[in-house]
Design a protein around this ligand. Structure first.
Ligand SMILES: Nc1ncnc2c1ncn2[C@@H]1O[C@H](COP(=O)(O)OP(=O)(O)OP(=O)(O)O)[C@@H](O)[C@H]1O
Ligand SMILES: [Mg+2]
Length: 246
């Protein structure tokens, strides 16, 4: 029997409850999700539905209150913080809406940062950082600091930093949220190319035209997945529900 791409993410009845004072917020409320290698998944849902909480969990920046999470065949649910940090460094690349670059460091230094944490020798991390910047079309900007770069270029530096360790998964939480529509299209074209090259991508967005770049759209509400469909079918789903932006 043909065996298709392997499942790289397996979340089973995951809950994440935040405690604030006496209040308990069920940010993820029994969520199930599986993602296979080289899938390109968009996560949508109204503000507060749990999208960033889910991304932080998948990215090993946070832990579930209950339920299980298997990443690339490893059960990460019960890992120590140190082991989790190592998994994160090796397997996850994260891109945020606000770029999260060090303002005083040039593009090269921003990109080589994850390698400094994993104790790479200087010569090899410089070489890999230049390669990653070249991959995102920024070979000419290696010595520019963030304030000497456009918004789209800043986000491309962040993508290069996310890719430097060849992560199994690229996670992007509203990567085009701070960009104008032309620059957003450039970042999305870059994601399309990375996906064609084999990268697994999970991207949060509020915009249907951004989500349509993915192959599959997962919609969340109140910490649960309420719809999980191939993109063409989801467009019909959104239309059926009044075409509103969720
Ligand atoms: N650190 C935290 N402590 C307490 N509550 C939190 C924390 N982070 C998020 N929440 C709450 O958990 C719920 C889910 O938040 P989350 O940030 O995951 O939503 P989101 O879908 O990413 O929203 P948005 O589209 O606005 O970014 C919200 O009710 C939020 O107020
Ligand atoms: Mg969010």
């Amino acid at each position: 029997m043909p065996t298709g791409p392997k499942t790289i993410i397996r979340l089973h009845t995951v809950k994440r409850i935040y405690k604030v004072g006496t209040e308990r917020i069920h940010a993820l409320d029994g969520l199930d999700l599986e993602v296979r290698e080289n899938e390109y998944v968009a996560v949508m849902g109204q503000s507060g539905s749990g999208k960033s909480t889910l991304m932080n969990l998948i990215g090993c920046l946070d832990c579930a209150t209950s339920g299980t999470y298997e990443l690339d065949g490893q059960d990460v649910t019960t890992m120590s913080p140190a082991a989790l940090a190592q998994v994160r460094n090796q397997k996850i690349g994260f891109v945020f809406q606000s770029f999260e670059l060090l303002p005083r460091a040039d593009a090269l230094h921003n990109v080589e940062l994850p390698l400094i944490y994993s104790r790479h020798p200087v010569w090899s991390r410089r070489k890999l950082a230049v390669e990653a910047l070249t991959r995102v079309g920024l070979a000419e900007r290696v010595d520019h600091r963030p304030n000497q770069l456009s918004g789209g270029e800043k986000q491309r530096v962040a993508v290069a930093r996310a890719l430097i360790n060849h992560p199994s998964i690229l996670l992007a939480d509203e990567p085009t949220g701070n960009l104008d529509s032309k620059t957003s299209r450039e970042i999305l074209a870059l994601f399309d190319r990375l996906h064609d090259e084999g990268q697994t991508i999970i991207m949060v967005t509020h915009e249907s035209d951004v989500a349509c770049h993915a192959q599959r759209i997962v919609r969340m509400l109140d910490g649960k997945v309420v719809s999980d469909l191939p993109t063409e079918q989801d467009t019909a789903y959104a239309y059926r529900n009044g075409g509103q932006r969720l």
